[in-house]
Design a protein around this ligand. Sequence first.
Ligand code: ATP
Ligand code: MG
Length: 324
Amino acid sequence: MTAFLEIKDLTVTFRVGSAIAARLKGDPVPDLVAVDDITFTVDRGESLGIVGESGCGKSTLARAITGLVPVTSGSISLDGGPLGKRRSKATRRRVQMVFQDPSSSLNPSMTVERTLAELLRVHKIVPRDRIDARCAELMDLVELPKSLLKARPRSLSGGQRQRVGIARALALEPDVLIADEAVAALDVSVQAPVLNLLNQLREELGLTVMFISHDLAVVRYVSDRVIVMYLGNAVEDRSTVDLFESPRHPYTRALMAAAPKFGVKKAPGESAIKGEPPSALDLPSGCRFRPRCPLAEEICEQVEPDLSGASETERTACHFPWEG
Ligand SMILES: Nc1ncnc2c1ncn2[C@@H]1O[C@H](COP(=O)(O)OP(=O)(O)OP(=O)(O)O)[C@@H](O)[C@H]1O
Ligand SMILES: [Mg+2]
């Protein structure tokens, strides 16, 4: 059986600094590897969380899948068909993103109705005479009163704006919804209702959801499975229940140990996570978590550990994974 969403050996690099200056000096042209050779699949209807510190490549991964940044190497496919560089309008529709800050992604001069109606019209989602009715249905889906169709983003609360952001993504009837820090900008009190809405929509519409957050608690709340990222790599890929019950990678353990509510006790020799991640432009040899890892030994410096395990969703990239 082919997987629904399949990411294979995906690498995304950015050219940083001046290539000309580097060439003149005889230095290699600097490339920043934001996503480094990541492979995973997502089942139809599954909710996959992606978690990791700032700068580890979560948004770049999301944007590559959505087609917003070019893939350097590797492939993405959906339902057996490639999601390549040049996507038709119909293909582009199938993966939609909800962004962190709805106020910067919504046009301030357009009413909610116009924002939604234009998408429906341009992408020919429904016949013209059904556009108004479909706008109303979208408001129902995201549990906003229809009276807000006439409102502009400025007059909406943060939570309402984010619901409009979700309605806009749903207007295109996607198969995959990628929510990138979708509640990070919201008051804690409105985070849970928006997360509940996303869960509910996934069930009702059979959506496949990728939920990106730096917040472990948020990811645990909405995901069936979690991938932990560190400096462009996936270092742990487990079911949510297993991951939170027995995190194996020292990085995952350190993230959890930093928040007492996860009940992860430090193993002998383990201490809180040290310092900042190294620069993605100057990666350490071997395991890239090594300079911050309390368990690192010689092999960690020499051999980069593979992400492997008993099954595809039971994977850890560590020479000394915690076995409980
Ligand atoms: N357009 C770009 N040009 C150059 N470098 C970039 C670009 N976009 C991202 N990067 C770099 O790629 C790396 C990954 O960034 P990314 O935004 O994907 O991380 P993130 O995990 O989403 O972080 P955050 O939690 O802060 O949102 C970072 O080192 C970042 O500086
Ligand atoms: Mg990001």
